[in-house]
Design a protein around this ligand. Structure first.
Ligand SMILES: [Zn+2]
Length: 286
């Protein structure tokens, strides 16, 4: 009898320890302790970071709609408070203000915000259990510098200007004027030409934003984005989502964004689910 009582007592203690451990270890709990929970019922705008500079111009609003999901990231992620970093200095100031960490994943060294890389490593470990891998697509698959986003932008703008000039759609002097502007000032000019049917994507058939992000707007500058080689594997997408990594740019298939919450919380951050080509994207709902 005495033995039975001790056994029951021990069992109860074990149960108590286990439930306490479950509470402090479950993912939802862990993510929420890092930062504020989503604000329910208030939508995307209410969930933007404190001090966020709401764009009032058409270019800014369009960019917020296309790339804006990252601004409501949680789970320890720090999002910028501006839609466009104007120059190298603004990017460096942001990048040095957040805690980041570097890890070798696949054959590249990746630099991301600490919470993002931690979740990525957990996702990679889970993938490994199913003999799968999560690897970066290139050396610039994670963090980028402002200069790199400027180079990518120019790699579309310059051939586009040459093409539309050769077609007689743009005067050479106008092309030169646009080339002489700062990358920041080129963005509205290129959008204006696109509104007249002159597109700047790689194949010149659609908007440049489906090809590259305008300088200073890439989620890679926030160190909360990763381009994944195995992006067409549904199992990999599921594992990444389980660890807070989602697709948020509909035109960019390898691109994943660390949002740091469970999928059932994304709509309360003001994001909407869009299914396209069998994939799930979470986009700003406004
Ligand atoms: Zn990307």
């Amino acid at each position: 009898m005495r033995n039975k009582n001790s056994f029951l007592f021990a069992l109860i203690i074990c149960q108590l320890i286990l439930s306490a451990a479950t509470l402090s270890c479950s993912k939802g709990e862990k993510w929420e302790t890092y930062s504020a929970s989503p604000k329910t019922g208030d939508g995307f705008t209410a969930n933007l970071p404190q001090g966020f500079q709401q764009p009032t111009d058409d270019v800014g609003k369009r960019l917020l709609k296309e790339y804006g999901s990252v601004f409501v990231a949680r789970g320890g992620a720090i999002a910028p408070t501006t839609v466009i970093f104007k120059d190298e200095q603004e990017v460096s100031a942001f990048q040095s203000s957040v805690q980041n960490s570097s890890e070798r994943i696949g054959s590249f060294n990746l630099e991301l915000q600490v919470a993002a890389i931690k979740a990525l490593k957990e996702a990679a470990a889970e993938a490994k259990q199913s003999s799968l891998t999560i690897t970066p697509r290139s050396a610039d698959a994670a963090k980028r510098s402002y200069k790199e986003t400027v180079e990518l932008w120019a790699s579309r703008v310059n051939p586009g200007l040459a093409h539309w000039t050769s077609k007689g759609k743009i005067q050479p002097s106008e092309a030169n004027r646009i080339k002489s502007l700062s990358p920041f000032d080129q963005v509205p000019e290129i959008f204006k030409l696109e509104s007249e049917g002159m597109y700047f994507s790689k194949d010149l058939s659609k908007s440049i934003i489906y090809s590259v992000a305008p300088p200073g707007t890439s989620q890679h500058l926030s160190m909360l984005a990763l381009d994944v080689s195995e992006n067409d594997d549904v199992k990999i997408r599921e594992i990444l989502a389980k660890h807070g990594w989602y697709q948020t740019v509909q035109s960019d298939l390898p691109h994943f964004t660390f949002l740091g919450v469970e999928e059932n919380k994304l709509s309360s951050l003001g994001l909407k689910k869009v299914t396209d080509g069998g994939r799930t994207f979470w986009l700003p709902n406004f």
